[in-house]
Design a protein around this ligand. Sequence first.
Ligand code: ZN
Length: 222
Amino acid sequence: MATNIPLTGEFKVTCEYKRKGSWACGWHTGIDLVCDNDTIYATCDGVVTRTGYDKSYGNFIVVKNDADGKYHWYCHLSKINVSVNQKVSRVSKIGIMGSTGNSTGKHLHFEIRNTSNKYADNSNPADYMGIPNKVGTYNSSNYQVKEPSKPATSTPVLKTLARNTNLRNKPTTKGSTAVLYIPNTTLYVLEAGVAKADGYTWDKVRIRVNGKEGYMINQNYK
Ligand SMILES: [Zn+2]
């Protein structure tokens, strides 16, 4: 399920964001979360800008939010499943909760840094997730504040055939029905490289003049 919360199901806030004067965790740049399901989801659509190990943060992932340019830090992980420059969305499983770095038990320290990405220049992650910034037990299903944005659909690329080529109803030369198109037929590549079969890479295409959609071997364009 899509979520703005990096966890799914029942979870606990064990240390609040920027709670001053507390013996438990003092001034705090993020929020500490614990959950039996230790899969960590990205909290925004964005790109991974950093992964690594830090003696305080342990294994960490930083995702830059496409929407507002803020940096989401996921810390103390036992496992990192993404790499730098990888695009993630709110349904991406980016890591596994752990207790690496300066940590006394398995939890996620989740922090949102403002566009400076500097330590202590933070936003309140509880506000972002729409949960109370308060120690307690919550369930992610009650706090699905936003639907995930639709993946960006890129404009189909117009191409011209270089030779006689079949448009097939399946991305294979075997058992698919085919209609022959001739050189100079123009078509839109809807999705390049949708399948690899029979030694070819296949594209999903739409013939421009009649709107017919199907699959074509991708090496036959001018
Ligand atoms: Zn923390």
